[in-house]
Design a protein around this ligand. Structure first.
Ligand code: BES
Ligand code: ZN
Ligand code: ZN
Length: 495
């Protein structure tokens, strides 16, 4: 999909459709809306008077052959109350418009900015919304509908800001395409995305983006004594991989911080010997969502070039109940030397992250972020509304939450009190891989990972309930969301 700035007056642009948005209490019809209303001989005013245009969030009104406009359709999207309006609303508005018009066979349209949202930040948000909304999960359909948005023209933006606008559009495109890159990976079924195939895809991405990459195979993993990862992987005939991707800035500051991004990539989670019920088990192909998130973030980082070096470490494995599988009660020795009593083989994500996080520190990372589809408990706490964000020290987490806010991704700080640490004490090893069964499952899971991050500033994002949505939204297809990438990249850029 092409997206370009349009400087021609919007009324004369010949296109399939023109999209703009209407605020709640916008009945004065000023600015752009007033212009359109006058061109249409007051028709918008009459529609508003009859209650057809209310400005309620994402309410849609599609008018055909609007007078005074060269475009064939006019789509008005409700924008809610102006005092509450933020760039995240612009993403949703642009995305909703795209999905609505695409389903009606529109090929090209104009997105018309309004007074107050004509600068680079607004342009970036609109571009992000458009590209994320354009994503489809149709790779394995043999009979594809030929619905395609070929181009979107951005009109009404402040032409005095030419270069800044172009940069913002590029920035938005990189972020959204990286998000879609991750979503494509997350969609892949596990027979098409084993740990080895994920490593190959990471390699191809790294080559294209100009990133360094190293793939650790099962021999290297054994040599490094990654016992927690091996414990999970031993139940499968597919060998594990650890994917290490590196971004090095042009003039790295000697002795400066190094950001480590660790992503859980369980390409399929059956639960292992503590096997999961059959119902919905097919969804466990997305248990590599944390790893995909970090690959998506690295792809964007390569293009946006923060000044901090970034290393992604992605432990990839299946969790299978094969004849050699680890069993409840087994004790594994992690790379750090800590011993783990495996109470439940389905709590495998924290085990692969234990070695991933420790290895990232070995590689010199001074600051860590991990992302993982770690617990069902996070869905109980936050539904699919917020990502669960854990971290120590608290100030480090708070800085990250600022980035999440800037990126328009909802995340909620979760507790890391020491009482949760007590719950993963084991009778026979240093720690156990589950809590005591009396709740707090997301926090005990986080504490398990922290045992390997120790005092390194660390953030853990539990994306189990937000990485995938079962129901589409007007601005987003159902399936993988690509959440957390924008926040992580924003954080890296500000570090
Ligand atoms: N991959 C799952 C978590 C998950 C659940 C992701 C639902 C996406 C949707 C994880 O490996 C898991 O099974 N966690 C267990 C941990 C428990 C055994 C302590 C869980 O949450 O039930
Ligand atoms: Zn599991
Ligand atoms: Zn899992």
């Amino acid at each position: 999909m092409q997206i370009q700035l349009e400087t021609q007056p919007y009324a004369s642009i010949d296109s399939d459709a023109i999209v703009t948005y209407v605020f709640d209490k916008d009945d004065k019809l000023d600015g752009v809306l007033g212009e359109i209303d006058r061109a249409m001989n007051g028709r918008l005013g009459s529609l508003a008077a009859s209650g057809e245009i209310t400005g309620k969030p994402l309410e849609l009104l599609l008018l055909h052959f609007p007078e005074g406009l060269a475009a064939k359709k006019l789509l008005l999207v409700g924008a809610g109350k102006p005092e509450k309006f933020a760039n995240s609303d612009l993403r949703k508005i642009a995305g909703t418009a795209l999905r609505h018009l695409k389903s009606r066979g529109v090929k090209k349209f104009v997105f018309l900015a309004r007074e107050g949202q004509r600068g680079p930040a607004a342009a970036q948000a609109a571009v992000e919304g458009l590209i994320v909304a354009d994503f489809e999960s149709n790779k394995y359909h043999t009979d594809k509908k030929d619905r395609e948005i070929q181009s979107v023209a951005l009109a009404g933006f402040d032409s005095g800001l030419g270069a800044d606008l172009t940069a913002a559009i590029d920035h938005g495109r990189v972020l959204a395409e990286s998000q879609n890159f991750a979503r494509d990976l997350i969609n892949e079924p596990s027979n098409k995305l084993t740990p080895r195939l994920l490593a190959a895809k990471a390699e191809a991405m790294a080559k294209e983006a100009g990133l360094g990459i190293e793939i650790l195979d099962e021999r290297k993993i054994a040599e490094l004594k990654m016992g927690a990862l091996i414990g999970v992987a031993q139940g499968s005939v597919e060998p594990p991989r650890v994917i290490v991707v590196r971004y090095t800035p042009e003039n790295p500051r000697p002795g400066g911080p190094v950001l480590g991004l660790v992503g859980k990539a369980v390409t399929f989670d059956t639960g292992g010997i503590s096997i999961k019920p059959a119902n919905n088990m097919e969804k466990m192909k997305y248990d590599m969502g944390g790893g995909a998130t970090m690959l998506g973030a690295m792809r964007a980082i390569a293009a946006l070039k923060p000044s901090v070096p970034v290393i992604a470490v992605i432990p990839a494995t299946e969790n299978m109940p094969g004849g050699r599988a680890q069993k409840p009660g087994d004790v594994q020795v992690a790379m750090s030397g800590k011993t783990i009593e495996v109470i439940n083989t389905d709590a495998e994500g924290r085990m692969v992250l234990a070695d991933g996080v420790f290895y990232a520190r070995k590689l010199g990372c001074t600051h860590l972020i991990d992302a993982a589809t770690l617990t069902g408990a996070i869905e109980v706490a936050l539904a699919n509304v917020h990502v669960g964000a854990f971290g120590t020290p608290r100030e480090y987490l708070d800085t990250f939450l600022e980035s999440a806010k800037a990126a328009g991704e909802k995340m909620w700080p979760m507790p890391m009190d020491e009482e949760y640490q007590q719950m993963i004490k084991s009778e026979i090893a240093d720690i156990r891989n589950t809590g005591n069964g009396k709740g707090g499952g997301a926090s005990t899971g986080a504490w398990f990972i922290k045992e390997f991050a120790e005092d390194t500033p660390w953030i853990h994002l539990d994306i189990a309930s937000t990485c995938w949505v079962d129901e589409g939204r007007p601005w987003l297809a159902k399936g993988p969301t690509g959440i957390a990438i924008r926040s992580i990249v924003d954080f890296a850029l500000k570090m």
